[in-house]
Design a binder for this molecule. Structure first.
Ligand SMILES: Nc1ncnc2c1ncn2[C@@H]1O[C@H](COP(=O)(O)OP(=O)(O)OP(=O)(O)O)[C@@H](O)[C@H]1O
Ligand SMILES: [Mg+2]
Length: 217
């Protein structure tokens, strides 16, 4: 029987370096000869990316109800699991995902104030016990992350999405909710100090991977 692959997620607030380091993690694993599927949330499938566009659209004409936002996140996740994540893990591929359910607890829970018990109901319904094997939480003060994000938005001439338009208190609450989740599941999380130069951040990630991946393979 094929050995199930592993599921690794990268988490953290806006601009902390998640997307940059999804590629780095994938390359580290590929260098070990593993098949790797890189993906992201919300999104990861054609229908999921359509839901992402709905979620991130900053058009102001109609506010998105917080429960609708929460349910859309899980709708995209249900599609993502069924179509991409579970089949990949079943064939022995490793999945590296830019955000997953911890982001829902941090943003819709911490940021928007939805009770975590309500989010946990949907988590159980959609995931049926599936959880990441390892979550790298990239953590840094929000002011420094905002600077990084702004320089990327300028470089690429991008507009702020609906979440990036939120104010400082929202991001502080998101950061605290992430750290609280990491403290509750230290065996699954590795908290990476993301405020340093990329080479230092990647050294921390590599150290975490070499400890865990060797133990898993
Ligand atoms: N350690 C680092 N030091 C300096 N700049 C960095 C570092 N890591 C990433 N960056 C740069 O910061 C910007 C944001 O990084 P990235 O897009 O990977 O963050 P993200 O967490 O995916 O952001 P978002 O939440 O918007 O998706 C990019 O321009 C990236 O090149
Ligand atoms: Mg990103």
């Amino acid at each position: 029987m094929t050995k199930r692959g592993r599921f690794i997620t990268l988490e953290g607030g806006e601009g902390v370096g998640k997307s940059t380091n999804v590629s780095f993690v994938a390359e580290c694993l590929e260098a070990q000869g593993l098949e790797v599927v890189r993906t992201r949330e919300p999104g990861g499938t054609v229908r999921g990316e359509a839901i992402r566009a709905l979620l991130l659209d900053p058009a102001p004409q109609e506010p998105l109800h917080v429960d609708a936002e929460l349910l859309l996140m899980f709708a995209a996740r249900a599609q993502h699991l069924a179509e991409k994540i579970l089949p990949a893990l079943a064939r022995g591929a490793w999945v590296v995902c830019d955000r997953f359910t911890d982001a829902t607890f941090a943003y819709q829970g911490g940021g928007r104030g939805i009770a975590k018990e309500r989010i946990a109901v949907l988590e159980a319904f959609v995931q049926q016990g599936l959880a990441p094997d390892l979550t790298l939480l990239l953590d840094m003060p929000k002011e420094a992350a905002t600077k990084r994000l702004e320089s990327r938005l300028n470089d690429r001439q991008e507009q702020r999405d609906r979440f990036e338009k939120e104010q400082g208190d929202f991001f502080q609450a998101v950061r605290e909710a992430y750290l609280a989740r990491a403290a509750q599941a230290p065996e699954r999380f590795a908290v990476i100090d993301a405020q340093h130069a990329l080479v230092d951040v990647q050294a921390q990630i590599e150290q975490t991977l070499s400890a865990r991946v060797t133990a898993w393979c």
